[in-house]
Design a protein around this ligand. Structure first.
Ligand code: BES
Ligand code: MN
Ligand code: ZN
Length: 486
């Protein structure tokens, strides 16, 4: 989707020449800035009971009289807020993608000019609306004809709008990459193929990439990661991506993404229902790739390292068994009481590996627990961090990008269940507060730097009719990194 700003020569949008005009109106009619023809049409639709001035409602008019455009879509935004703007855009774009329009103009009819945040949202929502997964489904619906959106604004607002569009384009491209990679089936996105995606991204975008294979991983002593990988015929990979936007000596931010390309649960096997969704268990890794895609385009003055431990979690004659004890890279021994708690096993070694970068902060992103879905549903990612400054910056980045997180506790009392008779630490704690005890496990490996953990099991993908990767939390992470660059 190509999105540009368009400064109208006059405020009279009735003269706009394009394939479709999308008008977003707030519910209070007094604030409207609209051509008379559009206002008349809305008034009439309201009178006739065809349009309620309620959030997300839309009205489509074909060849509306008094306008040059052949298509008009009206959508109602609840207020001037970003959430309402996105919701209205989503509803309006739903009409466009099935239409014959190739090019559309977007008009905000409320008070004030569109700003950078609204422009960024317009790109992201438009890109989201036209995304179609087709890699293994050639018969998927034809790509929408709609490929161009012009955001109408006054001359004074254009610089701000353009800055928002630039950010939006990068974030939308990053989210789309994350979705596309996450959507690939487990047999199309194996650890080696995930590494190929990283290599391709690095080549296209001028990033550094290193892919460690089983031998390298053995040399590093990543016994916990290798323990998960040993039950699969697919060889593991450890991907190291580097973006350098600041001086060589500047401490980098390290992003660690869980890259389980399929999670059967292993010997502690999962029930069959919905097990296909465990191909999304590399959603954290996909979001790291997507975030690198975004920052490689925006070029903030920071350094970022991406670490992706990736393997399958399979039941096999060689697979780990409940009760097995392995030695992690940190030297701590781990008793594997449940082979389905594998994410933390691959992450703990990546968290130890992260120490070598003397990082400014380490953020891991993982579809780690079903328990976070019980706690927070599908709205917010779970955010865990003992560092208030880091936590606040991430929460704020989530609010700004409408890719939100909710902070969860890490009190030491939650640690009590993490005791093993046969090792330094078991890989599961109490079932109560399972997302927190999982985070407490990870925390044991993070003493040497500022750390935050995002449990994205509820937000990285959707089930049901809209099944698929969401690209979250690429917007949150990108905004956080932009914020770090000042
Ligand atoms: N990948 C799952 C978590 C998950 C569940 C992600 C649902 C997305 C949707 C993770 O590896 C897992 O199996 N966690 C277990 C942990 C338990 C064994 C302590 C869980 O949540 O049940
Ligand atoms: Mn699991
Ligand atoms: Zn998993």
């Amino acid at each position: 989707m190509d999105v540009q700003s368009l400064t109208a020569a006059t405020q009279d949008y009735s003269k706009l020449v394009t394939d479709a005009m999308v008008v977003i109106v707030p519910p209070e009619t007094s604030a409207w800035r609209l051509p008379a023809a559009v206002r008349k049409l809305i008034d009439d639709a309201v009178d006739q009971g065809d349009l309620a001035l309620k959030a997300g409602r839309t009205l489509y008019a074909h060849r509306p009289s008094g306008l040059k455009v052949p298509r008009l879509v009206i959508a109602v935004a609840a207020d001037g807020g970003g959430k309402a703007w996105r919701k209205a855009l989503g509803a309006a774009f739903g009409h466009l993608k099935g239409s014959g329009a190739e090019r559309a103009a977007l008009v905000w009819a409320g008070a004030g000019e569109p700003d950078a945040a609204m422009a960024e949202a317009a790109v992201c929502v438009a890109q989201d609306a036209v995304y179609v997964y087709r890699h293994t489904k050639p018969s998927a619906a034809e790509a929408p004809k709609w490929t161009r959106l012009d955001l109408v604004c006054g001359e004074a607002a254009q610089a701000d709008v353009d800055a928002g569009l630039t950010r939006g384009r990068a974030i939308a491209a990053g989210s789309t990459l994350a979705r596309e990679v996450a959507n690939r089936p487990g047999n199309h996105c194996t650890p080696s193929m995930l590494a190929d995606h990283a290599r391709e991204l690095a080549k296209e975008r001028g990033l550094k990439v290193e892919v460690l294979d089983r031998k390298d991983i053995e040399k590093l002593g990543m016994g916990a990661f290798l323990a998960v990988a040993q039950g699969s015929e697919e060889p593991p990979r450890f991907i190291v991506l580097r973006y350098q936007g600041a001086g060589k000596k500047d401490a980098p931010t390290v992003l660690v993404g869980k890259g389980i390309t399929f999670d059967t649960g292993g010997i502690s096997i999962k029930p069959s229902a919905e097990m296909d969704e465990m191909k999304f268990d590399m959603g954290g890794a996909a979001s790291v790739l997507g975030t690198f895609r975004a920052i490689a385009e925006l070029k903030p003055k920071i350094n970022v390292v991406g670490l992706i431990p990736t393997c399958e979690n399979m039941p096999d004659g060689r697979a780990i068994k409940p009760g097995d004890v392995v030695t992690s890279m940190s030297g701590k021994t781990i008793e594997i009481l449940n082979t389905d708690a594998e994410g933390r096993l691959i992450l703990c070694d990546a968290l130890t590996y992260a120490e070598r970068f003397k990082p400014a902060a380490v953020i891991d992103i993982a579809t780690l627990t079903g328990a976070i879905i019980i706690g927070l549903g599908f709205q917010h990612a779970g955010l865990f961090s003992p560092d208030d400054t880091l936590a606040d910056a991430l929460l704020q980045a989530g609010r700004t990008s409408h890719d939100t997180a909710w902070r969860m506790p890490l009190d030491e009392e939650y640690d009590e269940g993490l005791k093993s008779h046969f090792a330094d630490i078991p890989n599961i704690g109490a079932r109560a507060g399972g997302a927190i005890t999982a985070a407490k496990f990870l925390q044991r490996f993070t003493g040497k730097y500022r750390w935050a953990h995002l449990d994205v099991a509820g937000v990285a993908f959707r089930s049901g009719a809209a099944k698929g990767g969401t690209g979250r939390p690429v917007p949150l992470l990108t905004h956080y990194l932009l914020g770090q660059a000042g």
